[in-house]
Design a protein around this ligand. Structure first.
Ligand SMILES: Nc1ncnc2c1ncn2[C@@H]1O[C@H](COP(=O)(O)OP(=O)(O)OP(=O)(O)O)[C@@H](O)[C@H]1O
Length: 257
């Protein structure tokens, strides 16, 4: 693990009017890890992700990503940093009027002027990388299954070969078999590409299967960050309900824990 965390959040405060979502929140994410982010509905997982990628201006605190302070960059520095990460938003729809290949090329066109043949080669490579069949490239999103749409969106998020990947509930809405296959894909790609992954999920199987550590959001903070085996020992009502309730126990048992 590198000396400086890839993501470092200190004293973060986010609020909307009177509603304080985060207060004095700290979090470090280390290079090469898959960190799962969990918490009850409305605890601010998506807001935290949006703050880290610069889409939500915090009321206080500092966020550093890859050694740079996210909310203190000029437009060029910001663009330079932004291309180091890929994002799959919660309802991260593809552009419905573009084919899969064209969707993958959107971020490429934003940053580079490349010959069309090279664009097509890159799109084909990304399609293969996420385990889609070759003929998925010319298809429109409406012609794909839910699992294939997620893979295509992942291919788009990986278009610029990012160092960091942000995923907001990537397996939501998938059947268990497709979800497990998607988990495996994330782990395989993360290992192969040396990616650091910030993964918001409610899916206990995902946490057990692929996360190195899990951050629990509660009481406006990151309550704890640890491997699941340690987290389950935490004496906090939400943590106990979540990890040691029937679904948590079943997911743990399914992964030999
Ligand atoms: N742009 C916004 N304006 C006002 N309130 C917002 C905004 N974005 C988020 N919030 C509020 O911030 C809180 C945290 O929202 P967020 O979407 O981060 O929760 P979450 O933990 O990701 O929830 P879930 O698990 O249900 O997706 C919620 O109460 C939400 O209503």
């Amino acid at each position: 693990m590198s000396e400086e965390p890839i993501i470092s959040v200190r004293g973060l405060r986010n609020q909307f009017g009177e509603q304080v979502v985060h207060e004095d929140l700290d979090l470090d994410v280390h290079a090469g890890e898959i960190i799962g982010v969990v918490g009850g509905s409305g605890t601010g997982k998506s807001v935290l992700m949006r703050a880290i990628i610069g889409l939500q201006q915090p009321a206080a605190g500092e966020i550093r990503v890859l050694g740079r302070t996210v909310h203190a960059l000029d437009a060029m520095e910001s663009a330079d940093l932004t291309r180091q990460w890929g994002v799959l938003f919660q309802n991260g729809a593809l552009f419905s009027t573009l084919t899969v290949a064209e969707n993958i090329q959107v971020p490429l066109r934003e940053y580079f002027r490349l010959p069309e043949t090279l664009m097509d080669e890159i799109a084909s490579f990304k399609v293969a990388m996420v385990g889609l069949p070759t003929d998925a490239g010319p298809k429109y999103p409406s012609q794909l299954s839910g699992g294939m749409v997620k893979r295509a969106a992942l291919a788009r998020a990986l278009a610029l070969d990012p160092r960091l990947l942000f995923l907001d509930e990537p397996t939501a809405g998938l059947d268990p078999i497709s979800a497990a296959a998607f988990d495996t894909l994330i782990r395989t790609l993360a290992d192969a590409m040396g990616l650091t992954v910030f993964l918001i999920t409610h899916d206990l199987d995902t946490l057990h299967a692929i996360c190195d550590r899990v951050a629990v959001l509660a009481d406006r903070k990151v309550l704890a960050v640890a491997p699941i085996a340690e987290l389950v020992k935490l004496d906090h009502p939400w943590v106990q309900d979540y990890f040691s309730g029937p679904r948590g126990r079943a997911a743990g048992a399914g992964h030999g824990k």
